[in-house]
Ligand binder design. Sequence first.
Ligand code: DGJ
Length: 706
Amino acid sequence: MIRRKGNLIKMDTPHTSLVLKAEGDGAELLYYGKTVRFGPDFSLLSGEDKRLLFSSYGSVDFRESGLVVLLSDGSAATRFSFVRVRRMEKPSALPLPASYGEADTVCLEFADEYAKLRLYLYYSVFSDCDAIAVNVQLTNAGKKPVRIRKISSLQLDLIGEGYSLVTFDGSWGAERTRHETPVNGTLVCNESRTGSSSPFHNPFVMLERKGEVYGFNLVYSGNHRETAEGNNRRQLRFLSGIGGLFEWTLEAGETFTAPEAVMTFGENRDEVTSSMQTFAAEHIVRGRWQKRVRPVLVNNWEGTYFAFDRERILTIAKASAEAGAELFVLDDGWFGHRDDDTSSLGDWTDYAEKTGGLASLADEIRALGLKFGIWMEPEMISEDSELYAKHPEFAMRPMRREPARMRNQLMLNLADKQVQNYVVRAVSNIIASTKAAYVKWDYNRHITDPYGKGVAAGEYAHRYILGLYAVLQRLTEKFPLVLFESCASGGGRFDPGMLAFMPQTWTSDNTDARERLTIQEGTAYAYPTISMGAHVSASPNYQSGNRTPLETRFNVACGGVLGYEMDISRLDDREKEIVKAQIAYYKKYRELFQFGRYYRLEEKDGTGGFVFVSADQTKAIAVVTAKEKVTGQANARYRLKGLNPQYDYIVKPREQSNYASCEEFTAAGDMLMQGGVPTDLFCDTENDTNSVYARMLFLRRAPARR
Ligand code: DGJ
């Protein structure tokens, strides 16, 4: 809800309030936090130093500014005054993905008359998730071009001490590991310069101190930069927006739209997670798959890598169908003459010697009762390819300089319309000819030689992302029934921008259960678990070498959308039976796994697990986990979350071959949440040298006692 009183604007979600003051020389943030009444005197909140909604370069405020524009007269200072505020519809048809759905929107307009610039800040209030989305546009109303050096999507000025910036960082195979950095007298920065949102620093961050947690994310898949700058006047400035090399020429009459930012406030991390997950699930993910249960898939990548033929694929597919899987995904290696990662990207034609005919292979897989899905890496080009021989100019590289190669490949210049058309055609042909129900859209390198003919270097990275979004828009409109899963060497592009087109993202190439707990927990801080691909793979694990019981691998993979990534035809009969039982169990409770409300059971890193609770709180599934040996768990207890304290629950540990069987028991909801479950439930009988434990508990409401 948005209300105005004089020059005050108050935005409320059920649990938060944002209060602004907009007048002559600008706009001031008076309050953002837990709900407050529209009380008599907000001016008390106006401090010695104003908290700004945006800061432009060249003023007496020498902290990092959110807006830096180089003017045609050679100067770089801009000063905006407030023009007006309007209630309006949330802007649609933006060149970038943005949130949608029921929201109240207000637009604040500012002008710099000297520079002939107009700045528009749109705040959209989403009540169902206590989130506020912010859109920023800058219009050049003058007659000469200006150059935008920086345009932040969000600025939040806070007053206070003792905040930490919580970031989710990592690298390939170790994405979104949580770190906390105190913000004291300097600038703390979280930035991606890879051209993508990157595995190194996710755009989701939090600012927190006791009882106060702010969450921020950016609906963008390119370079991003989040900074928190503190000083000894108790000021803290948070900025989020495009990062990396950026300089954009805004011609006379043009408008630049910054990526959408979203912010939430909670009294603890769980509240921020709930808001961020709901925001993404309800207002970012869209289309046919948004509310549909997701299929259990089997992917052949870790089972075969490039070494497969038709027979091998059909053998795996047959075993997958027998186990109860629903979708078979043919991964890398089916096109051009690709037998390793040195060739063929860009040649999206059947490698018939290997597949024995791709279209008929897809038909045969369907005849087994499975849907057919396919892997592609459409943004890339191999120099050893027909495409490169014909169109070397499609590659992103300055032609006379030796380019940097990653995984032996180059990228396509998606900033170019002709290249965009090529990608749309190539992907469309494969979907149409194989009748694919699912596409895994991979992206296995970063931008190193940003170059496109006629594109200024400072504009390249953003123009690439605009090109990518244009392609994704066309393809998702053309194939609305297809389930797209985005991937970037695992979870290198897990961000709301990609989720706006693809409802799932492959969380990480690291499928080791122990390490996955950390990666999945970090990811689920901001992203719905139904958007996280999570697969059971072979043991010992190919990435870590760890041995983990099949049941443990399954329990951990149930923290996302379940799949199997192995040659399940090579499992022994006992293991095949276990997999069959797992898939049946997962399908039985799939609504709860995929749409239940997620809670993190965080005791220590990886020790705790997660719970999914049904909307009416009558059912829950908990996976309680530990990364230490049972002896290291002495007297540890798992306090569950999200249950109804008034209900009693029958708790039934799922029968697992690696645990001694355990009787079901009845316990009160409040006791389970406050007292907790003892770790005695951990008695892994199959492998006592293992370094990760995970036990699944099913809870259902017990009949009320009389
Ligand atoms: C990286 C992905 O993350 C893997 O799952 C697999 O698809 C490979 N690429 C294939 O090259």
